[in-house]
Design a protein around this ligand. Structure first.
Ligand SMILES: [Zn+2]
Length: 372
């Protein structure tokens, strides 16, 4: 299988993030992608391919151009104002209650991008969980190129290809970044595929978190079906979207399927949800599925609360490939660094119809069992 990878992600160099108002060691770090790359390298069955540049047009086909301009200029603004920060993170957001009682027209008129970079971060950002640094824009642009090149490989005839996107994308909405995500790699790729093929596309999101951005982007579209298995937002980020009764509107009515799971969800719970998701995808025509692949569903993930083990990823990959559709597989989250490479190998080998063939990982036995 071809693996699209670029070292450009390294310039999105994050060491801290904020969690409930305090600085904590970052989870979404460069080492994540490097762990996956080296495990796929060691496997011998994957070929690394560099992305090609696709320009801004596929991004602004999905995102507000203002978001792109903000991400492009935010860090130089921080620098030019001599704001002493290791990273930019907003602290003021336009909470909807701020505008209570105002008409929709008045709100449309009043809520606009302010001049100060802190205000701009609040205007375009969902949360303080997407620290922005000097290299963020370049890395985020490169992650989009990785996603689009992965789509190109599949459009050219491959059965499946994997894009090692970093930063991830599925929390980024049309006009909003957040949750470690800046541009929605999977949504941009899915839209590009609809344009290239004229077919319907399904997105299967198996990251631990709900992909609120992807849901938002395709909410009213009948040509992209979004199916997501994730932690119930009643207890987990992104908190305000991801419930089972969110099914789309207008042309997208019935095209959005959320399958929220309980804390402690097991391999069996997960496979049951996977089968429901696969059924929902099989029900609509189309030949390509975009997979938002996350490993924060893993039992030892520091920010997740599911109980999955490495072997279930092989089985999920196998079942998804059983749909008989071509797969554009794009990396989203997953924060337990020691297991990321094995979990990715397991999923991708499953998707290719190869056996799992576990490799020993320092501190971990085959199958993800902790050995010391
Ligand atoms: Zn996630």
């Amino acid at each position: 299988m071809q693996v699209v990878y670029s070292a450009n992600h390294l310039v999105h160099d994050i060491d801290t993030e904020t969690y409930m108002g305090v600085s904590v060691p970052a989870n979404e770090v460069a080492e994540r992608a490097e762990k996956i790359r080296s495990a796929l390298d060691a496997d011998g069955g994957f070929t690394l391919t560099a992305p090609t540049e696709h320009g801004e047009d596929p991004i602004t086909a999905v995102h507000d151009e203002g978001l792109l301009r903000f991400l492009e200029t935010a860090w130089s603004e921080v620098r030019s104002q001599n704001i002493p920060r290791a990273f930019l993170s907003a602290d003021t957001y336009p909470n909807r209650a701020m505008f209570d009682g105002m008409s929709a027209e008045a709100i449309a008129q009043l809520v606009r991008e302010p001049r100060h970079v802190g205000g701009r971060a609040g205007f375009w950002g969902l949360d303080s969980a997407a620290p922005l640094v000097a290299g963020t824009y370049a890395a985020a642009r490169s992650a989009v190129d990785v996603a689009l090149t992965t789509a190109d490989v599949v459009l050219a005839g491959e059965t499946a290809a994997y894009g090692l996107c970093r930063p991830p994308g599925h929390h980024a909405a049309r006009a909003m970044y957040g949750g470690y995500c800046f541009f929605n790699n999977a949504a941009i790729a899915a839209h590009a595929i609809t344009q290239a093929t004229g077919e319907r596309v399904a997105i299967l999101d198996v990251d631990y978190h709900h992909g609120n951005g992807t849901q938002q982007i395709f909410w009213r579209r009948g040509d992209v079906r979004y199916v997501s298995i994730h932690a119930d937002p009643d207890r987990q980020y992104p908190y305000f979207l991801g419930r089972a009764d969110e099914t789309g509107e207008g042309g997208g009515a019935g095209e959005n399927l959320n399958l929220p799971l309980r804390a402690g969800a097991t391999n069996d719970d997960y496979l049951e949800a996977t089968d429901r998701a696969i059924e929902a995808i099989a029900a609509v025509p189309g030949s390509i599925v975009v997979v938002s692949l996350g490993f924060d569903t893993y039992g030892l993930d520091p920010i997740g609360d599911f109980a999955l083990t490495t072997d279930v990823y092989h089985e999920v990959g196998r079942r998804v490939a059983g749909l008989g559709r071509r797969l554009v597989i794009l990396q989203e989250g997953g924060y337990h660094r020691p297991s990321l490479g094995e979990n990715a190998r397991a999923w991708l080998r499953g998707a290719e119809g190869r056996d799992f063939d576990p490799m020993p990982v320092a501190g971990f036995g085959p199958g993800g069992a902790v050995t010391g």
